[in-house]
Design a binder for this molecule. Structure first.
Ligand SMILES: Nc1nc2c(c(=O)[nH]1)N[C@H]1C(S)=C(S)[C@@H](COP(=O)(O)OP(=O)(O)OC[C@H]3O[C@@H](n4cnc5c(=O)[nH]c(N)nc54)[C@H](O)[C@@H]3O)O[C@H]1N2
Ligand SMILES: Nc1nc2c(c(=O)[nH]1)N[C@H]1C(S)=C(S)[C@@H](COP(=O)(O)OP(=O)(O)OC[C@H]3O[C@@H](n4cnc5c(=O)[nH]c(N)nc54)[C@H](O)[C@@H]3O)O[C@H]1N2
Ligand code: SF4
Ligand SMILES: [Mo]
Length: 712
């Protein structure tokens, strides 16, 4: 006997028809392949019982983590949005698609007429498929004609992406493949917590260790990842650029630089050489809060290893100097010649399911598909030709995600269309963002659930989830993967791409948005990316089905073509050389003082995902971590007379939030750590800094000074 609720997805006939589906996990950038099978036996669960298995594939090798094991639960939740909602007399009420889209159309037209198309902003996501992300970029420029589009990946990938572009001439998360990891004799993991954030990758690192590799972890906390480290540098938040200078100084003074690689493959070393010679290692130790002997030990271990890979993630990147901090770590990799050969490379560990592809095909404010530039005349002409418009029809560049929120707050942007993001929780300085969104003339949100942002909308559009929606995702290695679905969308949900096509048609642009399937869009994307840096031309759905996945750049349709290990012969700059950049050591963006004596950093826990909208609706995941918390060192806790489990108010110059205290010796004494997965009064972003990195507009999420007090 199935206990079914009629208005829930996967209840009733839909569930009965569901037997088995092969899919990909909707969460992180590994993109583990999953087989979901409905059990025949009776279940007391509303939607039946399922077995979840990993499908062997080149990235996850058949492994799944706890999030993947439970990723079907939120999709089947009775809280899924199954029909459009329109705000009437202040309340969101059920509406037909005709009514909802007619209202969006009418508002976009009238706001456009009154204030110009730039009064309408689009806000996308690295969790959209390549097809939807591509179409959102095209919809902004051609459907609406606005320059204002950006996406949540600004908060995620922008520092590493811009660093890769400047240093190598190309931005692909890993410059090597996952299979290179066990071949490395030394691995540096800087500000990346693989064990909780990409758990199914851990065996690559433990295998490397079994092969004799030295693992160096750079993190202010003793994370589950740091537990496999031979050397753990418990760095003071916001000082990675200084640490990299220290590491460079040691390898230089020990005579461990790879002079022939530097001479043959790079530019700009003379300046860097002078710069690192002048570095004072004791000063680096003071800035970073580390012992100079540990810095020396780590530098020598990495330099002397035959092969080595250095990874960074958001700990290094979500800083106001994230771009240059990454470049300085890349300086180290280049100076040691540890790139372009097996077991070597640099890797920015991408985050969202499509964190890589989402940043390549035109969702960024300054970007056109294939990583083309919206300010480059040849790129504009090329894309105009593909789209069948004049180059002058394509708007110029807009501004970054948080800057869009500032324009929203200043009412320069009057209407926002948010697709696949929860910005009121995930932006820094969340109070400003909430104020801004409240003041909008018209907010549209396309989502699976009534997220904190969707609750504020005038129109909410219900979308299909990963189980129901076809498309490609590009994993952290730059491997394009096809996720297909044979399931009927539940209720009245629609695909993101079909919503955009329909709206474009209503806006009189049907001829530019006439697609029958995600594959149709992908085929246009292939041509639009052809000859660009992120070249997908040679990748077809048919090849993806046959080969399981294809690495970009892939300019050729030949079977098995695609590039796994990059830079074996040359870098992607016109002269084939990589570029060094001398980077100044600096204090963190905010330095503790009497009023705000502690440093707040933040990040993730294993069982929750981003703003928690999905994982909180998965009973098995939600149960593992119910409320938010602040990690605090025992000595700090006793200094402030705070006990484990006490409610604590954490306050910065921007605002405050309150969470329970979790006392742990695994964190530095002067540092606090709070997960980012909760909204409302538990939202860490009420306190984070909106100051942006001038190079890439990444907010300095990871370092803010705060005060704390127990709320008794
Ligand atoms: N479980 C889970 N997995 C996820 C996600 C999730 O929400 N939950 N999100 C996905 C996404 S979108 C992303 S972007 C990735 C993020 O993956 P990560 O970047 O690995 O995750 P974070 O926890 O944000 O930060 C990593 C580490 O940086 C450390 N850190 C903080 N400040 C500094 C610093 O100044 N220097 C250094 N060196 N380290 C510092 C933190 O203590 C933390 O352990 O994870 C992806 N995977
Ligand atoms: N303090 C702090 N803040 C951070 C970070 C941090 O480390 N610290 N990390 C930043 C990073 S790296 C990231 S990536 C951002 C992410 O921040 P957000 O973009 O806010 O991420 P999510 O919580 O995943 O929101 C995605 C929303 O889309 C919905 N959704 C899921 N699938 C689909 C789909 O296919 N289509 C549509 N239309 N909707 C869908 C989900 O239900 C959810 O409401 O947060 C950033 N904010
Ligand atoms: S969350 Fe990441 S590691 Fe876990 S199953 Fe999903 S894709 Fe794999
Ligand atoms: Mo991210």
């Amino acid at each position: 006997m199935y206990a079914l609720t009629e208005n829930a997805p996967y209840a009733g006939k839909e569930a009965e028809a569901f037997r088995q589906v092969d899919t990909q996990c909707p969460f992180c950038s590994v993109q583990c392949k999953i087989r979901l099978t409905r059990k025949d036996e009776p279940s007391r669960s509303r939607y039946g019982a399922y077995t979840v298995e990993g499908i062997p594939n080149a990235a996850s090798e058949g492994r799944l983590c706890v999030k993947g094991m439970n990723a079907h639960q939120h999709v089947m939740s009775s809280e899924r949005l199954l029909y459009p909602l329109v705000r009437k007399n202040g309340k969101l009420e059920r509406a037909s698609w005709e009514e909802a889209l007619a209202l969006v159309h009418e508002q976009f037209v009238s706001i456009g007429k009154q204030h110009g198309p730039d009064a309408i902003g689009l806000y996308g996501s690295g969790s959209l498929t390549n097809e939807a992300a591509y179409l959102l970029g095209k919809f902004a420029r051609i459907g609406i004609g606005t320059k204002y589009i950006d996406y949540n990946g600004r908060f995620c990938m922008s520092a590493a992406a811009s660093a890769g572009n400047k240093s190598f001439g190309i931005d692909r998360g890993l410059t090597c493949t996952l299979a290179d990891i066990p071949k490395a004799s030394c691995i540096i993991l800087a500000g990346t917590n693989i064990a909780e954030c990409q758990p199914t990758l851990m065996p690559y690192y433990t295998k490397a260790k079994e092969n004799g590799a030295t693992i160096i972890v750079i993190d202010p906390r003793v994370t589950a990842t740091a537990e496999i480290a031979d050397i753990h540098l418990q760095i003071r938040p916001g000082t990675d650029a200084a640490l990299a200078n220290g590491l460079l100084h040691v390898v230089q003074s020990e005579g461990l630089l790879d002079q022939s690689f530097i001479a043959q493959r790079t530019n700009g070393f003379e300046e860097l050489e002078r710069h690192i010679a002048a570095v004072d290692i004791e000063e680096v130790a003071r800035l970073t809060g580390l012992e100079s002997v540990s810095i020396r030990e780590a530098a020598i271990a990495f330099a002397k290893a035959e092969t080595g890979i250095l990874f960074t993630a958001r700990g290094v990147e979500q800083q106001t100097d994230g771009h240059v901090a990454v470049r300085n770590y890349i300086n180290l990799v280049l100076a040691l010649g540890k790139i372009g050969k097996p077991g070597c490379g640099y890797g920015a560990v991408t985050g969202q399911s499509n964190g890589q592809g989402g940043r390549e095909h035109g969702q960024k404010s300054d970007q056109l598909p294939g990583y083309r530039s919206i300010e480059d005349e040849r790129d504009r002409a090329f894309i105009a030709d593909i789209w069948g418009v004049e180059p002058s029809d394509i708007p110029r560049k807009g501004v970054s995600a948080y800057e869009m929120m500032e324009l929203v707050e200043q009412r320069a942007i009057r209407s926002l269309f948010v697709m696949c993001s929860n910005p009121v929780v995930s932006n820094p300085n969340a109070d400003l963002v909430e104020r801004g969104l409240k003041g909008l003339d018209f907010l549209v949100v396309a989502d699976l659930f009534l997220s904190e942002t969707a609750r504020m909308a005038d129109v909410v559009l219900p979308v299909t989830a990963y189980l129901e929606n076809d498309g490609t995702m590009t994993n952290l290695e730059g491997r394009v993967l096809l996720r297909e679905s044979k399931l009927t969308p539940p209720g009245e949900t629609r695909h993101d791409w079909s919503i955009l096509s329909e709206l474009a048609a209503m806006l009189g642009k049907k001829r530019f948005f006439d697609y029958d399937s995600a594959e149709d869009i992908f085929n246009e994307l292939r041509h639009a990316s052809r000859g660009g840096v992120a070249d997908y031309y040679g990748i077809t759905y048919e090849r993806l089905r046959r080969e399981g996945g294809v690495y970009w750049p892939c300019p050729s349709l030949a079977p098995k073509s695609g590039t796994g290990l990059l830079f074996t012969g040359s870098f992607a700059h016109p002269d084939g050389r990589a570029i060094f950049l001398p980077v100044e050591s600096r204090q963190p963006q905010e330095v503790p003082d009497e009023q705000y004596p502690l440093t707040l950093t933040n990040g993730r826990v294993l069982s929750h995902y981003l703003t928690g909208v999905q994982t909180r609706r998965s009973p098995s995941l939600a149960a593992r971590s119910v409320d938010n918390f602040v990690e605090m060192h025992p000595r700090t806790a006793s200094k402030y007379r705070i006990e484990d489990g006490d409610r604590v108010e954490v306050r910065s110059r921007r605002g405050s939030f309150s969470v329970r205290c979790k006392i742990t010796a695994a964190i530095k004494e002067d540092t606090l750590f709070v997960p980012m997965h909760w909204g409302g009064m538990q939202n860490v972003n009420k306190a984070t800094s909106p100051e942006l990195d001038p190079n890439c507009k990444m907010p300095g999420f990871k370092t803010a000074t705060v005060s704390i007090r127990a709320i008794k």
